[in-house]
Design a protein around this ligand. Structure first.
Ligand code: 5AD
Ligand code: SF4
Length: 443
């Protein structure tokens, strides 16, 4: 269908869903539209609303359609007209033309093509069809404007895509094959981020630890970032167990700015399920890997992702997931009910698990994870650490920052957002801890 002509938008809003890479992409799209002279505003009033979408689970995908309806309804009630709507991100990539048919949106742009957003918006304004779900080999990053203002903790995408093909996962289809950004581009962007106010950089990739350029791996990159003056902290996420090289493990002992935190998804504790998931690691190899990391960095905080109710998962399989959680004692972890995704091998597997079984397993798993998270937080009480202040708290004078172990720390302080302060952790809850300030570290 050919959309009706819109006038060229003057204001825009970008709403991102899903993973941190989408947050990064959303920020870059905002910078791109601002560089075209558009003014950022909120989604209720904007002439152009970009929904940067997630396809990882069915619920995330359906949310896009309900959001489109809600945005139009609000705008119509408030201003008597509806905005131009652009669907970006992984739903755009996976559904393509289907979203135009189903929701009559104006622009569809995939995660590897969003540098073309201004051109697509101009096309839509002329009433032309505006869809780009290409995956060019030449990466979009070269076409994006320079970083200007960023938060104290900033994201930097270094790697995208996935070649692992876990049988439940849409990422290899929505984000494409594994591609690493070149070394020099990353270093330049890191310096620009620090120049624009970042004190912490989180390197992002769907398989961030698979990053490589000319024989250099992620640990070499981390060592290089460690030398950037003004940068205080380095993190990376998300890693795959099979790409966890010796050098990266060693970096956790040797690189001062690398924070003691590792997010390493395992998904399940049973070898039978791991095999059906095509994870290509075992329960034991995963646990040994964590032992290796803990050996060099005993205080490391561990995090993981879990799926419950993968097709064929028995009570005995699930018990192995619980026992793996018990033996790792994660500082935090994410857990999800299996969601069949169109086009993935697991969606066609026999023995799909009933919803109520999944609900019950998820509850039990989350209770175990919460228990461990609270115990981890409790164990940090009495520790002194530095805290990067990131946002305001609810109480007057209260700011919230992150500890090296990625805990949210509440603090009453005269310091400002972006400062690093030294705190003692004095009390702990399930989701956050409280600190009192020791001495200010020069900003
Ligand atoms: N169903 C449920 N959870 C999923 N994840 C990925 N695909 C699915 C799916 N089909 C989870 C995994 C992954 C995280 C980002 O989302 O745990 O690590
Ligand atoms: Fe969602 Fe995965 Fe796409 Fe991130 S990469 S937005 S988690 S589908």
């Amino acid at each position: 269908m050919k959309p009706a002509a819109n006038s060229a938008p003057k204001t825009f809003a970008v709403k991102s869903f899903g993973c941190q890479m989408n947050v990064y992409d959303g920020d870059r799209m905002s910078e791109l539209m601002a560089a075209q002279g558009l003014t950022a505003t909120d989604a209720d009033t904007a002439d152009l609303v970009v929904l940067n979408t997630c396809h990882i689970r069915e619920r995330a995908t359906e949310k896009v359609y309900s959001d489109i309806g809600r945005i139009r309804k609000h705008a119509m009630a408030k201003h008597g007209k509806t905005p131009m709507i652009a669907i970006a991100g992984c739903v755009a990539q996976a559904e393509g033309e289907e979203i135009v048919r189903r929701a009559k949106v104006d622009v569809v742009v995939g995660p590897q093509a969003y540098h073309n957003l201004p051109e697509l918006v101009a096309k839509a304004a002329r009433g032309e069809s505006a869809l780009d779900t290409g995956m060019p080999v030449e990466m979009k990053f070269g076409h994006l404007p320079a970083r200007r203002r960023v938060p104290p903790s900033a994201f930097l995408t270094v790697q995208e895509g996935c070649d692992k093909f876990c049988t439940y996962c849409v990422v290899p289809y929505t984000r494409g094959a594994e591609v690493s950004r070149p070394w020099a581009h990353i270093i330049d962007e890191a310096k620009a981020l620090v120049g624009a106010g970042a004190r912490e950089i989180t390197l992002l990739g769907q398989n961030v630890n698979a990053w490589e350029d000319d024989g250099r791996g992620l640990h070499d990159l981390i060592v290089a970032l460690d030398r950037i003056e003004g940068l205080a902290r380095i993190r990376y996420t998300t890693s795959h167990p099979n790409d966890m090289r010796e050098g990266l493990i060693r970096a956790h002992a040797e690189v001062e700015k690398l924070m003691p935190f590792l997010h390493l998804p395992v998904q399940a504790g049973s070898d039978r399920i791991l095999k059906a998931m095509n994870r290509s690691h075992t329960r034991d190899s995963y646990l040994r890997l964590l032992d290796g990391v803990r050996a060099v960095r005993p205080d490391i905080a561990l995090s993981g992702d879990f799926i419950v109710g993968f097709p064929g998962e028995t009570d005995a399989d699930f018990a192995e997931t619980l026992s793996l959680v018990d033996s790792v004692a994660y500082a935090q972890a994410f857990s999800f009910k299996y969601s069949p995704r169109p086009g993935t091998p697991a969606a066609d597997m026999a023995d799909q698990i009933p919803a109520e079984v999944m609900d019950e397993r998820l509850q039990r798993l989350q209770a175990a994870i919460n228990r461990d998270q609270e115990a981890f937080n409790q164990a940090t009480v009495g520790r002194t650490c530095d805290l990067l202040l990131e946002r305001k708290g609810k109480l007057p004078g209260q700011l919230i920052g992150k500890s090296p172990w990625l805990q949210s720390v509440h603090l009453v302080t005269d310091a400002v957002i972006g400062d690093l302060v030294e705190v003692e952790i004095v009390s702990a809850g399930a989701n956050s801890v409280a600190g009192v300030e020791r001495v200010s570290i020069a900003a």
